[in-house]
Design a protein around this ligand. Structure first.
Ligand code: FES
Ligand code: FES
Length: 170
């Protein structure tokens, strides 16, 4: 049997050191070793998107990445994004618009939507659908999810000018 390997990484701002078997994927490592069960596992083949997390600032499917490949990486999960408040408005919009039912797809959907909103201030509905097309939802029919992302984009855009103006001379 292959021996466990030592890895060290940052997860949600905290340094983590562990010994893992080379075959353990990042999703299982997060869920089983670190008990970060907000990262869900659906297909385990890179199709459904339920296991989406951020690694070094980019979203990845953690079922397709080995834990040993995350050595020295910076990993952010839904727990980290929630605790920091980064997506609190997006979470509130999902709640307000009933954009989740069973909730299985929701953590990954939020992480993926946030990725879009970081680079595109006012995405149209087609852009939102396209960006979320790799994340499957078996409950909602997607309409309410697109509504929530669109509403969050508009709310953030309305906030932005006030923030910019705040530092300006009259
Ligand atoms: Fe990773 Fe489906 S569980 S993409
Ligand atoms: Fe159930 Fe999306 S809310 S899979």
């Amino acid at each position: 049997m292959t021996a466990p390997q030592a890895i060290a990484l940052q997860v949600n701002g905290e340094r983590v050191e562990a010994h893992v078997l080379p075959r353990i994927n990042l999703a299982d490592f997060l869920r089983e070793h670190l008990k970060l069960t907000g990262t869900h596992v659906g297909c385990e083949h890179g199709v459904c998107g339920a296991c989406t997390v951020r690694v070094n600032g980019e979203i990845v499917r953690s079922c397709l990445m080995l834990a040993v490949q995350a050595n020295e990486a910076v990993v952010e999960t839904i727990e980290g994004l929630s605790d920091s408040g980064e997506i609190s408005d997006l979470q509130e919009a999902f709640r307000a618009r009933n954009a989740l039912q069973c909730g299985y797809c929701t953590p990954a959907m939020l992480i993926t939507a946030q990725e879009l909103l970081k680079v595109e201030a006012e995405p149209d509905r087609d852009q939102i659908r396209e960006h979320l097309s790799g994340n499957y939802c078996r409950c909602t029919g997607y309409q309410a999810i697109v509504d929530a992302v669109e509403a969050t984009a508009k709310a953030r855009k309305n906030k932005a000018p006030r923030n910019r103006d705040a530092g300006r001379a009259p």
